[in-house]
Ligand binder design. Structure first.
Ligand code: HXC
Length: 510
């Protein structure tokens, strides 16, 4: 009997060693943790339960029959984050470069299905070289099976991907279907085809970093939702994110006891908006002063910075925040900011997280670049996302709400539940200068007349009271009382019931 028990220990130890000491040392030398070390850091101490530690690949070509490593390049199982269930898979680069075989794919699919059955998030840690080249179509089939599970799980359980090393070929598309992608700076990159293939096909000379590093995806393409300094920081932040999310769409977002007074006044907000309408201010100051304990988990902080999105809590209730950022491009809506915010709004709506929208927007970005890039369709994404969302929607206009962007930003007309404005709000088709230059074009040569017209227009429209007189704004509120008013509004909306007409699915302008 003792021998049998010892045999189990021996097999376990062998599996835990993955690709062996030499490859583990090489992993560490690159500044990366091993797949197991990552799982240990991600989950509550001692909570990890592993599945399929002894699974091996079934390939025989290219001498593979003699090269079997238990676990086959991916560690899978479940555990807890702050006591709440999550499923996890972590690619082991020390085993065939973390590449995906048929058996490896089956291990991932098993946890994907289990996560769906149990209604718990799934987190994938990626560090892999794509399809297991020795397995051919078996590997391609495995990827497609994983993509299908990702797609079916979308909107049912939160799916999070962390890119912690190379992520090439088939490995990019599973993360792409998930809700959030985070990268580790300088050690991770993701691309469909690597620099060698790029060189052959397009004759471009490009490094891994310039093709798919964090500077590309977290700053330019928007594929990644954030990038962190190292493995430890990335995993710690994923733990923090999970705390804001419900386990599934059958669950409620986790309300926590708050130690921040829900009626807290914030007098400094009375002077946040500068007297000069063209002067910027930082919308993050409003966010952090209003939410519980200034705790704001920003999504995509380095991409499309003219809009700010992320999670926070109001009196313990998780909320999704969407806010124009006057500090960047005056907070204008363009292709990237529309895409970024639309995706976030849809995530919140899918998982029952109320939306709080702060509006200071001069309109949509004009220009050939934007029009040729499809601003009409991309802008419509955000419009569509706010319009279809049935979660509680609270909107506050702090300053500008001009033109179509007024409509888009969770206006009353798109079923905003409670729409507030500060006294500094200006709700109009456009700014006074532009408006006067169009409707009084014949007077342009007369600066005095134009100035009078501008002042007239300002008095008439550059305030919240015209909209309030029509009921499009429910109340004009004092900036210092914003937190108290939003907390009360959220409580008022707790019992909200609203459903959209039956359909197989909608056809969001993709
Ligand atoms: C099998 C692989 C592998 C792969 C790496 N390895 N990629 N084994 N299949 N795809 C093995 C290597 O042989 C090596 O084994 C170990 O992993 C580490 O690889 P290195 O090349 O030494 O590491 P490094 O220099 O860090 O380079 C990492 C890398 C590179 C950039 C990921 O390995 C690479 O380019 N791999 C191939 C990437 C690729 O083209 N994949 C297929 C994409 S097509 P030893 O024994 O020496 O440790 C695809 C189609 C799916 O995925 C499409 C579905 C939609």
């Amino acid at each position: 009997m003792k021998q049998i028990l010892e045999e189990l220990e021996k097999r376990r130890a062998e599996a835990r060693l993955g690709g062996g000491e030499r490859r583990i040392a090489s992993q560490h030398a690159k500044g990366k943790l091993t797949a197991r070390e990552r799982v240990d850091l991600l989950l509550d101490e001692g909570s990890f339960e592993e599945f399929d530690m002894f699974v091996e690949h079934r390939a025989t070509d290219f001498g593979m029959a003699d090269q079997k490593i238990p676990g086959d390049g991916v560690i899978t199982g479940w555990g807890h984050i702050n006591g709440r269930l999550v499923f996890v898979f972590s690619k082991d680069f020390t085993v065939f470069g973390g590449s995906l075989s048929g058996a490896h794919a089956q291990k991932i699919i098993k946890v994907q299905r289990q996560a769906m059955k149990m209604g718990a998030p799934i987190i994938g840690l990626f560090d892999a070289g794509g399809a297991r080249i020795q397995e051919g179509v078996e590997s391609l089939a495995g990827y497609a099976d994983i993509f299908l599970e990702n797609t079916l799980a979308s909107g049912v359980i939160p799916q999070i991907s962390v890119i912690m090393g190379p992520c090439a070929g088939g490995d990019v598309y599973s993360p792409a279907i998930t809700d959030f992608i985070f990268m580790v700076k300088d050690t991770s990159y993701m691309y469909v085809t690597g620099p060698e293939v790029v060189k052959t096909v397009t004759h471009e000379d490009v490094s891994h970093e310039d093709l798919g590093g964090y500077r590309i995806h977290a700053m330019k393409s928007g594929v990644a939702d954030g990038a962190y300094e190292n493995d430890l920081e990335a995993l710690t932040q994923v733990r923090r994110l999970i705390d804001f999310l419900p386990l599934s769409n059958r669950d409620k977002p986790p309300v926590r006891e708050s130690f921040d007074d829900p009626a807290r006044d914030e007098p400094s907000l009375d002077t946040l908006v500068p007297a000069n309408p063209n002067k910027p201010y930082d919308i993050k100051e409003l966010i952090t002063k209003v939410v519980d304990e200034a705790d704001f988990f920003e999504i995509s902080p380095d991409f499309a910075k003219n809009i700010v999105v992320g999670f926070a809590r109001m009196d313990g209730q998780p909320v999704g925040i969407v806010a124009n950022q006057p500090q960047v491009l005056a907070g204008v809506l363009d292709i990237d900011s529309s895409r970024k915010a639309a995706r976030f709004v849809r995530f919140c709506d899918a998982f029952d997280i109320p939306l709080i929208t702060f509006v200071d927007v001069p309109g949509f970005m004009p220009g050939t670049k934007q029009e040729q890039g499809g601003l009409i369709r991309h802008g419509a994404k955000l419009l569509f996302a706010f319009a279809e969302a049935t979660v509680p929607k609270i909107t506050l206009i702090t300053r500008k709400a001009y033109g179509g962007a007024y409509d888009v930003m969770s206006s009353k007309h798109l079923r905003g539940d409670i729409n507030y404005a500060w006294p500094t709000a200006e709700i109009a088709v456009m700014g006074s200068k532009g408006a006067v230059e169009i409707i009084f074009r014949s007077e342009i040569g007369d600066p005095e007349a134009i100035a009078t017209r501008e002042a007239e227009y300002k008095t008439r429209f550059a305030n919240p009271f015209v909209a309030a007189s029509r009921g499009y704004i429910d109340d004009v509120i004092m900036p210092h009382g914003t937190r108290r008013r939003i907390v009360r509004a959220l409580k008022n909306l707790e019992g909200k019931e609203l459903t959209n007409p039956w359909k197989k699915h909608d056809n969001i302008p993709l």
